[in-house]
Design a protein around this ligand. Structure first.
Ligand code: G3H
Ligand code: ZN
Length: 287
C-alpha cells in the first residue's frame, strides 16, 4: 500500500526503531526491496535519487512501476516512494509524478534561502498529501552527484527548519555517503542529542547508512533517528553476487546468460541486505 512516510516515521520514533530507506535503480531493485518488506512485515521507504530517476527514464515511469508492482505483487505493508536529495525543481516534478514523499535538500543554500524554498515545498507537499524531508548541515562524500562537506548541523538552524512544518529532518552529524574511510571519527552523538532536543523530537533521518557499526545505529535510534538511508550497501551486495555468478562461469552454462537468470543472484543479495537492515533497525513486524 502506497502511503506517505509521516505516520510510519512517527510510529518508529515513538516505538524506538527506524524505518529503512532503500534506494532503487531498476525493476529488480524495486521488486527485491518490496518483497523483503512484505516477507518481514516491515514498512519501507523506496528512495529515488534524481540520477536514478533519470536512469529509469523519469519520475513518472518510476511512480507507475512502483504502483503497479505494489498491486501485482500484493504488497500490503506501508510503502513510501520518496525523492532522495531532491532539488527544488525535482521536488515539484515528483509531486506531479505521483510520489508519496519528497526530500528537498537545500543544505547547500544559505539558511535563509533553505528556509524560503523549504517553506514553499512544505505547502506544496502537504496540499497534495505527500510527506517532506529537509536537510541541515551536510552529509559528507558524494552520492549521485550530490557532494557534501560533512558540516555538523547547527541545532538552532535545525529548529528553524523543523518549525516550518516538515515531517522529518536530515541533519549532518558526521555521517558520510558511500563506504566510510578507515580514519572516520564516528557519529557526533552530542550534536545529535542537541538537535533531537531542539527540534521538539521531530523524526530524524540518518543518511549514509552503509557501514555504520551496529552499536552506533542503535544509539542513533535511541536519540531520535527514525529513518535510516541505505544505498551503497545494496549496490555492493548486488555487484558481489553478480561477479561470483559470472566468475563461476554460470552465464556460460545452459541459458545462464538470460538476464532473468544473470540478475537473479544480485536481486537475492539485495533482498537479503534489506532484510538484515530491517532486523538491525527494529522495523520487522511493525507494518
Ligand atoms: O540518501 C541516501 C543515503 O544517504 C545512502 O547512503 O550510500 O552511504 O548508504 P549510503
Ligand atoms: Zn543521503
Amino acid at each position: 500500500m502506497l502511503v506517505n512516510a509521516t505516520e510510519m516515521l512517527q510510529k518508529a520514533r515513538d516505538g524506538h526503531y527506524a524505518v529503512g530507506q532503500f534506494n532503487i535503480n531498476n525493476l529488480e531493485w524495486t521488486k527485491a526491496a518490496l518483497q523483503a518488506a512484505q516477507e518481514m512485515n516491515s514498512p519501507i521507504i523506496l528512495g529515488v535519487s534524481e540520477g536514478a530517476g533519470k536512469y529509469m527514464t523519469g519520475f513518472k515511469t518510476v511512480a507507475a512501476m512502483v504502483k503497479a508492482m505494489i498491486d501485482t505483487l500484493g504488497i500490503t505493508v506501508p510503502v513510501a516512494l520518496h525523492l532522495d536529495h531532491g532539488s527544488y525543481e525535482g521536488a515539484k516534478a515528483c509531486v506531479e509524478a505521483g510520489f508519496s514523499s519528497i526530500m528537498f535538500d537545500g543544505s547547500h543554500y544559505a539558511i535563509d534561502e533553505n528556509v524560503a524554498k523549504t517553506t514553499e515545498l512544505v505547502a506544496l507537499a502537504h496540499e497534495n498529501g505527500l510527506s517532506i524531508e529537509a536537510e541541515v548541515g551536510s552529509i559528507g562524500g558524494e552520492e549521485d552527484g550530490v557532494v557534501g562537506m560533512g558540516e555538523i548541523a547547527d541545532a538552532a538552524e535545525c529548529a528553524r527548519i523543523a518549525s516550518l512544518g516538515i515531517d522529518f529532518l536530515a541533519a549532518g552529524i558526521g555521517n558520510i555517503h558511500g563506504v566510510y574511510p578507515s580514519n572516520w571519527k564516528g557519529l557526533d552523538f552530542d550534536a545529535l542529542e542537541k538537535i533531537h532536543n531542539a527540534t521538539d523530537h521531530i523524526p530524524l533521518v540518518l543518511h549514509g547508512g552503509t557501514g555504520i557499526p551496529d552499536d552506533m545505529i542503535k544509539k542513533a535510534i535511541s536519540l531520535g533517528v527514525s529513518k535510516i538511508n541505505v544505498n551503497t550497501e545494496c549496490q555492493l551486495a548486488f555487484a558481489k553476487a553478480t561477479r561470483e555468478y559470472i566468475e563461476a562461469g554460470k552465464d556460460q552454462q545452459g541459458k545462464g546468460f538470460d538476464p532473468r537468470k544473470l540478475l537473479a543472484p544480485g536481486a537475492e543479495a539485495i533482498k537479503n541486505t534489506v532484510k538484515e537492515k530491517m532486523e538491525l533497525f527494529g522495523s520487522v513486524g511493525k507494518a
